[in-house]
Design a protein around this ligand. Structure first.
Ligand code: HEC
Length: 145
């Protein structure tokens, strides 16, 4: 056998393997959903309320329509460890019962690196990435606790 026919035989075998692989594509196998087209994709759309783009748009719309309180609740997830799930306090002071305007003023001060209590340093990294909207949302949620 010369080199050319060896290469030809190799190409035929590999192509055959690839073809066999695509023929036995079982959609039930995890991670093997790359062939969800046609009927499969129509089923997916029916189950998920639209195509991939529609689902993404719906998520964005829901986020934009969410109340400040709901957005604040989401953000508050990272405060629970120190302030308690009901704002009852723990490592950090009690937040429940504080007015929204106080929460805004305090978070704005921490964000600016101002010292308030003896442990303000614990709040600097927490407040630093907050936008004004984040602070307003958190205040809306916390003041309702
Ligand atoms: C690592 C623990 C920790 C985390 C996480 C944390 N805090 Fe704090 N927080 C503290 C401590 C400690 C203080 C007291 C700081 C001081 O001495 O000034 C404080 C103070 C505060 C105060 C001022 C309270 C007052 O009455 O003086 C507010 C408001 C506050 N935190 C909000 C939040 C919010 C909102 C989050 C989540 C985004 C958060 N904190 C996450 C520990 C934490």
């Amino acid at each position: 056998m010369n080199t050319t026919s060896l290469i030809a035989a190799f190409v035929v075998v590999v192509s055959g393997l690839i073809w066999a692989g695509t023929q036995s594509n079982n959609a039930d196998w995890t991670g093997n959903r790359n062939q969800c087209v046609g009927e499969c994709y129509e089923d997916w759309k029916a189950a998920n309320g639209g195509g991939i783009a529609d689902v993404e748009t719906a998520k964005q719309v829901a986020l934009a329509a969410a109340s400040p309180e709901a957005l604040g609740e989401k953000y508050y997830g990272q405060c629970i460890a120190c302030h308690g799930s009901r704002g009852e306090g723990g490592i950090g002071p009690m937040l429940a019962g504080q007015a929204g305007s106080d929460i805004v003023a305090k978070l704005t001060a921490y964000r600016a690196g101002e010292e308030r209590g003896a442990q303000s340093a614990m709040m600097y990294p927490v407040a630093k990435p907050m936008t004004d909207a984040d602070i307003d949302n958190l205040a809306a949620y916390v003041s309702a606790l």
